[in-house]
Design a protein around this ligand. Structure first.
Ligand code: FAD
Length: 387
């Protein structure tokens, strides 16, 4: 087998068992609803609860807080298996891979006890709200403010493109507690939507219509004097939000890179099957040297991507992955994902353009990988800074 991630050096027996269980869960509980979710533009709420019951949420959060007690390798298995099954709408990467880790790393004991067990059970679905209509890449210039008034912050501003934005009931809002400052004025404020729905000022805008990732809800959020208790600040003091974001971003970037690797492998697998079946001019498409050479090149790149991401995953699990290397993994694997999926689609001819063929969905779903989680241009800036 040219592509077999069970050969990854970080895999072991326990992780193989987990992979098998996750695969079966997705086949049984998610795949039958996938088309419906794509049509309606969101994943059903009970999918989160089922995932929670089966131990799929917060896999890398300590057991003490209701999590699985694993590490990044466990998250990686989930990302990969969801990608192989083409379930691109279930925003668990954001929920378990990102927001839960902000709470776990910077939350007080009280905050962890309040939110993490419910995040692990699926009673809480979370989102992270950084991007705004006026700024995405330049995070230091955000305009959302959270100004202290006695025992509450008053949150004002607007966010956009927020994954899980429609379904989330816990949102980590990136806001300026000191609007006069740039990075030093940024804090992370946890907004519990149920409590602010009572006091008012918070509204969700449209569930945005996207090119791909149709089942993932991606929303606009509006804050108009929303009152958030001072105890919902993440971390003991204000102004640490930018540093907290920077510390956690390598994990977010590796989640994206790991999804990219899995998508590349899937695309090559389904394309290899197709070119062995489909015939033109009396030959299989695979018998043309053009097909053989192109696929040989792309299989090689798939192996390179896998080897690099595996190495990064092992470093991350040991707390040793640096930001520039994570940025390399994010930009390169997502660039390759888009190139490879596009080239694979070409081998399907007209069928590749039809949504009933998985390669067409993969093509639409891939494009955003070069944009979110920090655009690939920003990744190159981060790498260049270290040169
Ligand atoms: C489906 C989807 C889901 C998302 N989920 C979330 C989420 O959950 N939470 C969240 O906060 N955000 C989310 N985002 C937002 C995403 O992170 C931003 O779109 C991204 O960071 C880019 O910001 P922007 O769109 O404002 O582009 P801009 O910052 O306006 O950039 C526009 C272009 O200019 C380039 N550019 C910008 N600055 C530079 C520079 N210094 N040098 C060279 N080129 C530059 C960029 O690379 C890009 O190509 C999501 C986006 C999408 C599409």
């Amino acid at each position: 087998m040219l592509l077999n991630n069970d050969q990854s050096p970080w895999m072991d027996e326990e992780l193989s068992i987990m992979r098998e269980a996750v695969r079966k869960f997705i086949e049984k509980e998610f795949s039958p609803s996938a088309k419906k979710w794509e049509k309606q533009g969101y994943v059903d709420r009970d999918a989160w609860l089922k995932a929670g019951q089966s131990g799929l949420l917060c896999a890398s959060i300590p057991e003490k807080w209701g999590g699985g007690g694993g590490n990044f390798k466990h998250e990686m298995i989930l990302v990969e298996e969801l990608s192989y099954a083409q379930i691109t709408g279930f925003g668990n990467g954001v929920h378990s891979g990102i927001v839960a880790h902000y709470v776990n790393s910077y939350g007080s004991e009280e905050q962890k006890a309040k939110w993490l067990p419910k995040m692990a059970s699926g009673e809480i679905v979370s989102a992270i709200a950084m991007s705004e209509p006026g700024t995405g890449s330049d995070l230091q210039s955000i305009g959302t403010t959270a100004v202290l008034h006695g025992s509450h912050y008053k949150l004002n501003g607007q966010k956009t493109f927020i994954t899980n934005g429609m379904s989330a009931n816990l949102i980590c809002v990136v806001a300026k507690t000191d609007p006069e400052e740039k990075a030093k004025g940024i804090s992370l404020i946890m907004m519990e939507t149920e409590s602010v729905e009572e006091t008012g000022g918070f509204t969700r805008g449209r569930n945005l219509e996207k090119l791909g990732m149709k089942a993932q809800d991606t929303a606009e959020l509006f804050f108009d004097d929303v009152e958030i208790p001072v105890g919902n600040l993440l971390g003991p003091i204000e102004g640490k939000g930018f540093v907290q974001l920077m510390e956690q971003l390598p994990q977010e970037r590796l989640i994206i890179a790991s999804g990219a690797c899995a998508a590349i492998e899937s695309a090559l697998r389904i394309t290899s099957e197709y070119v062995k079946e489909r015939k033109a001019f009396g030959k299989r498409i695979l018998d043309f040297q053009n097909t053989q050479f192109k696929l040989a090149e792309r299989y090689t790149e798939a192996k390179l991507a896998r080897t690099f991401v595996d190495q990064c995953a092992m470093q991350l699990a040991e707390g040793k992955l640096d930001g520039a290397t994570a940025a390399m993994a994010k930009w390169w694997t997502t660039q390759k994902q888009c190139e490879i999926v596009d080239e694979c689609l070409q081998f399907f001819g007209g069928y590749g353009y039809m949504m009933e063929y998985p390669i067409a969905k993969m093509y639409a779903d891939s494009r955003v990988q070069k944009i979110y989680g920090g655009s690939n241009e920003i990744m190159k800036l981060l790498i260049a800074r270290e040169i």
